[in-house]
Design a protein around this ligand. Structure first.
Ligand SMILES: Cc1ncc(COP(=O)(O)O)c(C=O)c1O
Length: 389
């Protein structure tokens, strides 16, 4: 099954940028040899040695996968659970039923899907699989999602910061300069949190075609975006990992289910490193039910986009709003004259937004999630009372 190969055009427009490979400095080739360059990428070359040699934990559910009438192999409580639903048995370690349903929705074969306890777990597992603590580094492009830096810190991996440009796009020259032979991953969030915009596709393709490490494209907000997903590029680029989550448009943040889509080799490594039962049974069952409700989710996405436009219009009226950045996500970044003052006023009225004013390139900014129509009206009415103060 190769349904996810849809694209035909590998042309990338930024022609002058050469980005150093991780392992083989002598692999530099001219930009327009993009595909050939990509062939140099090999998961084995960038994998940590201890992971390459790791014998993964083999659970009872790994060792016997058929149907049986008596299960005495996993030290579970055979009597049941003190609940209406029965959770006394360990869940499927590879979550095959959920992956099969996701495969239908996303058009990605099951062996190319990894499921994590939120996409945060997938981020952490990528660090643990590919980055040697104290030796390797990754590139992050602030302002961006904070967990890339935190996961790097937890794993004792240097996160090299190459700030986005003033229009919140990739600084390609800066990225090229920051890469060295120990650079294992580049994290790109698109649409980006907290700025809300999508990253230029051709820039991401330039990285994919020229960087001999992993390019992680975090698409947590892709369902709200006018841009196409990078999932369809998986057959072109062996070094691509696409992250998505059920925490945003799917409305399942409390269940914790994140997805990574990548080559079979990368997914095999991630499955080897993950805790054996990382997705609990309740989550697996509830997610399977939720994945039947695609129409409901699509309806909410449309509603959120309409509400986002309305919210932008009503916020523009306020004197203290200096700018509202274009958003491809379910939140907007709003530049104000007094972010802290507005934040405190809203908190006083029981409304919480995110103060991003201390973040470089987001000075004066609040990040506001699009709520229900009623919540958005409450927000703007509360801001009106502030303008009168
Ligand atoms: C860009 C981005 N990636 C990942 C996540 C985490 O998602 P999950 O809930 O699947 O761990 C978030 C959460 O806010 C996010 O903004």
């Amino acid at each position: 099954m190769r349904r996810y190969k849809e694209r035909s055009n590998l042309y990338v427009s930024r022609s002058k940028i050469l980005i150093g490979p991780v392992q083989h400095r002598d692999c530099f080739v001219p930009r327009n040899d993009a595909l050939r360059n990509n062939i140099m990428f090999s998961v084995n070359n960038i994998l940590r040695n201890n992971i390459k040699n790791l014998t993964p934990y083999s659970s009872a559910r790994d060792e016997f996968q058929g149907e049986a009438s008596v299960y005495l192999d996993a030290n579970e409580n055979a009597f049941g659970s003190p609940l209406h639903e029965q959770y006394n048995r360990y869940p499927d370690p590879l979550q095959i039923a959920v992956k099969k349903r996701l495969s239908e929705i996303k058009g990605v074969p099951v062996p190319n899907i990894f499921l994590g306890n939120g996409s945060d777990e997938a981020i952490d597992i990528l660090f643990r699989s590919f980055c040697n603590p104290g030796i390797d580094n990754v590139i992050i492009v602030p302002p961006t999602y904070g967990m890339y830096q935190v996961s790097a810190n937890i794993n004792d991996v240097e996160a090299r910061k190459v700030n986005l440009t003033v229009d919140y796009q990739l600084n390609m020259e800066g990225i090229a300069e920051a890469i060295d032979e120990h650079t294992k991953m580049i994290f790109i969030c698109s649409p980006n949190n907290p700025t809300g915009n999508s990253i230029n596709r051709t820039d991401v393709e330039t990285l994919l075609a020229n960087f001999n490490g992993i390019v992680v494209v975090d698409e947590a907000y892709i369902n709200y975006s006018r841009q196409k997903t990078f999932i369809q590029e998986l057959t072109e680029y062996a070094n691509l990992v696409v992250l998505q989550t059920l925490s945003k448009a799917w409305g399942l943040a409390g269940l914790r289910l994140g997805m990574a889509f990548a080559s079979e080799e990368i997914i095999e490594v991630m499955n080897k490193v993950k805790p054996p039962y990382n997705i609990n049974e309740a989550t697996q069952q509830l997610v399977l039910q939720a994945l039947q409700n695609v129409d409901q989710v699509n309806h909410w996405i449309k509603q959120t986009l309409l509400e986002r436009d309305k919210l932008v219009l009503s916020l523009k009226r306020f004197d203290f709003v200096q700018d509202i950045y274009p958003s491809d996500a379910n939140f907007i970044l709003v530049k104000t004259t007094d972010a802290r003052g507005i934040y405190n006023h809203l908190v006083g009225q029981g409304i919480i937004v995110r103060d991003r004013s201390k973040v470089e390139l987001c000075e004066g900014c609040l990040r506001i999630t699009v709520g229900t129509p009623e919540e958005n009206v409450t927000l703007t009415e509360t801001l009106e009372t502030m303008s009168l103060i």
